[in-house]
Design a binder for this molecule. Sequence first.
Ligand code: NCD
Length: 327
Amino acid sequence: MNSIRLVNDDLRPPEPPRRHLISIADLTRDDVERLLGTARTFESTLDRQVKKLPTLKGHLVVNLFYESSTRTSSSFELAAKRLSADTMNIKSSGSSVDKGESLKDTALTLGAYDPDVIVIRHPEIGAPQLVARVTEAHIVNAGDGKNQHPTQALLDLYTIQQDLGRLDGLHVAIVGDVLHSRVARSLVQAFDLVGIRCTLVGPPALLPREMPAETTTDIGVIRDADVVYVLRMQQERMQAGANYVPSLREYTARWGVTPERLRPGQKVMHPGPMNRGVEIDPLVADSADALIETQVRSGLVVRMAVLYDVLTGGPVGVQALAAAEVA
Ligand code: NCD
């Protein structure tokens, strides 16, 4: 008997690998197109009177945040709720992390509840991979150190596509503290996948050398871009005592994004949180050409698409939506 079972086990097709979203580098152009398409389908359900879809009913999504967050944590929570998943939000302050519990032990503890998805934000690079190793959950990286923030890059692509009608052939200038930015690292890879040209602009000490994009310290070049993408100075990731810019005042004078430095009608984006009057002039932030609120709205539908995609492994089909109609 035993040997027969063994033979049967051997013949059983291997379990498909668990799907995670840890880095944009894991995605193909087809993956990106599928995710953006799913997000569009979800967007079309949002103006219904009843906004909840039954799609992920019975699934558990844990949001494990070791860093402050407003937009990312709230949109993941709402995305899971809109898809009828159960949600659990764990923040490092107020949890056992305060008492010195390691990430591995926290992950093992949460893993005991059999979560289907763990969304993790952590200051250390590689934290999502660790959680993937010690739990059975699908892992979504909501930002690891200065390394990756893949759902931000996807929601930015979605925003650009919705507003400008295309991706391929556009030119985006990313301005500011690129060195400490996981958003920029994910965006540069995502832009490359979809055929967007990218220029990185900022003070010499804040422009990394390893990214595959053009770099310049000349703020004048932002006029040539279709979209100007502004980043804040990420002081919390800067080395203590290092002088990246002479002063914030000087930074604003040389690299601040002001109306004078933009062409009329040029689109402006920012992942938030914004420091008005430092990297972005309030007039720019509040102008009709700023897509900053659209980015937040895109964050909801793109994160719905990501949760759906890691759990089901495919584009949202007519069936899922038909089920939504009868619920
Ligand atoms: C970004 C982040 O946390 O990396 N913000 C965000 O996710 N909305 C960018 C930043 O902190 O500057």
